[in-house]
Design a protein around this ligand. Structure first.
Ligand SMILES: C[S@@+](CC[C@H](N)C(=O)[O-])C[C@H]1O[C@@H](n2cnc3c(N)ncnc32)[C@H](O)[C@@H]1O
Length: 267
């Protein structure tokens, strides 16, 4: 099975729901909120800015475009109907926010429509990321800002000692759920080639805190995927899930991944 995020709308509803719940848990973690704030609060937008998030998931990051970046309106485009439904349920009362089903490769928007386009952990799931970057260039106004943030996936780990078996679940989950592990090491070249002027590039360390809610979803999904792929028997996978929870309870759990943000401007 290839990266399910790359064609989430085509997955069965139960998987879309599971991924939506994991994304929501990630969005709400204070350490993740801090990462988004660190790069979105630095965007310098006009007072009436029109914003777009591509790959908007459950809509929390789209809302940051208003609350953190200061846009006047923000639209989220997302292929998964389950995600779009969740976003509308959470934020449908806010007239400044809207969400639709759509594809970042072919948004259907007119040229020069937006002041800012955001891709938060989208590009790593897209098989042809340069097509999405070109589409963003087309729909941005001159002077418009593109903000990209994604994991630097090779840094993901739950390892606390040599040969820690829990780490294998993280690596397997990433291997099976990310299309391009190296996107943030490649994207600057892609942006320059498309015609963007490069702005700030920053690294953001994410360390799982307290109950490690999001990291446990990664552990569980890695373990379940290992069962599906017949790498582990179910009993072994359950034992590893229990190991993770016991570490959380005993304050010995460690989960880390680096994120990288890149800002660019359309001349
Ligand atoms: C890891 S989630 C991130 C969601 C949200 N940005 C967040 O950070 O919570 C990636 C999202 O990108 C969406 N996606 C994948 N391919 C896409 C495409 N071609 N166009 C638009 N969205 C896409 C997936 O459906 C998924 O909801």
């Amino acid at each position: 099975m290839s990266d399910p995020y790359s064609d989430l709308g085509a997955q069965d509803t139960a998987l879309q729901e599971r991924i939506a719940a994991a994304m929501e848990a990630r969005c709400l973690e204070p350490a993740q909120v801090a990462i988004r704030k660190a790069y979105l609060s630095e965007l310098k937008l006009p007072s009436n800015a029109r914003a777009l998030e591509l790959g908007s998931g459950t809509g929390h990051v789209t809302k940051d475009l208003l609350d953190v970046a200061g846009a006047k309106t923000a639209h989220g485009l997302e292929p998964s109907p389950v995600m779009v439904e969740r976003a509308k349920k959470s934020f449908g009362d806010d007239a400044r926010l809207s969400f639709d089903i759509g594809d970042a490769k072919d948004t259907g928007f007119e040229d020069t429509s937006f002041d800012v386009v955001l891709m938060h952990t989208l590009l790593c799931h897209v098989p042809d990321p340069e097509v999405v970057v070109q589409e963003a260039f087309r729909i941005l106004k001159p002077g418009g800002v593109l903000a990209i943030c994604d994991g630097d996936y090779d840094t993901a780990t739950a390892q606390i000692a040599d040969f820690d078996p829990l780490d294998q679940l993280i690596r397997f989950m990433i291997n099976q759920n990310v299309t391009n592990l190296w996107i943030m090491r490649q994207v600057s070249g892609m942006l320059a080639k498309t015609g963007f002027q490069l702005g700030a590039r920053r690294g953001h360390g994410y360390v799982a805190e307290a109950e490690a809610t999001y990291f446990l979803t990664v552990i569980d999904r890695g373990a379940d995927r290992m069962i599906e792929e017949r790498v582990l028997f179910p009993e072994t996978a359950e034992a590893l899930k229990a190991e993770a929870r016991r570490r959380v309870a005993e304050k010995t759990f460690f989960g880390f991944m680096s994120y990288v943000s890149q800002i660019a401007t359309k001349p």
